[in-house]
Design a protein around this ligand. Structure first.
Ligand SMILES: NC(=O)c1ccc[n+]([C@@H]2O[C@H](COP(=O)([O-])OP(=O)(O)OC[C@H]3O[C@@H](n4cnc5c(N)ncnc54)[C@H](OP(=O)(O)O)[C@@H]3O)[C@@H](O)[C@H]2O)c1
Length: 254
């Protein structure tokens, strides 16, 4: 399937490791120009170098941005638009990954999972309207099922993000802009949260492995779903939340 992403400009927040890095790499593999960010200068520089070398036919730009700071986020979006004259896709990826039921944790998730996504989308919207572009929000299966993270802000605020993304799908459809969410299940990669849990909390790791009915956790394959939904091959898909979880969620979606 040809995705026709070669002339597209894609913004991915939180692109230096884990799911975000895989998303950046998959868009580059499709020939897109990808601008990504994170808070850590050394990893931004290293990942830009690594992915540029791995994808010589595509362009990759890293930036140091804390998405929980609206001014930094807006300045980055403006600079990308000025440099490339277009924005076709935005992917709102980072999470505070905070599962404590404390005021501090609720505030961190609200700023990073919800408001940073909203601020990214709003800053990019004039450009997305021009290109009839596409929005993908990264949510989680913890928004669909009450799971081991409950009670906490994590699933609750990702549920808010899924709802807001669906609202955008409806309100922006007349302008040709699509908006979807992707909800990964437990995603295992080196240095990621599930490798940490494997060593730090083996009982939780074992119980989640049991719940993963396909016998494994999600791999970087979750990025394929994001790239497909962002592409014109998904041109009539909007307002959806796609679980990429190997059947982990037990609720039935109608
Ligand atoms: N891993 C899973 O099992 C799983 C399952 C379901 C859903 N998800 C969702 O998938 C998304 C990515 O998760 P992940 O596990 O890949 O996370 P991760 O390994 O913690 O990576 C997060 C990325 O975002 C960056 N980042 C974090 N906070 C940021 C901020 N305030 N401003 C800018 N960049 C920031 C990180 O770099 P710096 O720290 O250097 O800034 C890093 O590049 C999240 O929305 C998460 O909720 C993950």
């Amino acid at each position: 399937m040809k995705l026709n992403l070669e002339k597209k400009v894609v913004l991915v927040t939180g692109g230096t490791r884990g799911i975000g890095k895989c998303i950046v790499a998959e868009f580059l593999a499709e020939g897109a120009t990808v601008c990504f960010c994170s808070r850590t200068a050394a990893t931004v520089e290293a990942v830009e170098k690594e992915l540029s070398a791995a994808h010589p036919n595509a362009t990759c730009h890293g930036a140091i941005v804390d998405v929980s700071d609206p001014a930094q986020l807006e300045a980055w979006v403006s600079s990308v638009a000025a440099a490339h004259n277009q924005i076709d896709v935005v992917v709102a990826n980072p999470s505070a990954l905070s599962i404590a039921d404390t005021a501090e944790s609720w505030n961190a998730c609200f700023q990073t999972d919800m408001m940073a996504a909203r601020n990214l989308i709003q800053a990019a919207l004039p450009h997305l309207e021009q290109t009839k572009g596409s929005i993908v929000s990264i949510a989680t299966v913890s928004a669909r099922d009450v799971d081991f993270t409950a009670p906490s802000p994590y699933g609750a605020l990702k549920a808010a993000l899924i709802h807001y993304t669906a609202q955008l799908a409806h309100t922006l459809a007349p302008k040709g802009v699509r908006a979807n969410s992707v909800s990964p299940g437990n995603t295992y990669f080196k240095g990621g949260v599930w490798e940490q849990i494997e060593h730090g909390n083996p009982a939780l790791f074992a119980s989640q492995m049991k719940a993963n009915v396909m016998g494994r956790m999600v791999r970087p394959e979750v990025a394929d779903a994001v790239v497909f939904l962002a592409s014109e091959r998904a041109s009539f898909i909007t307002g959806q939340n796609l679980n990429v979880d190997g059947g982990l969620c037990t609720g039935v979606q109608y």
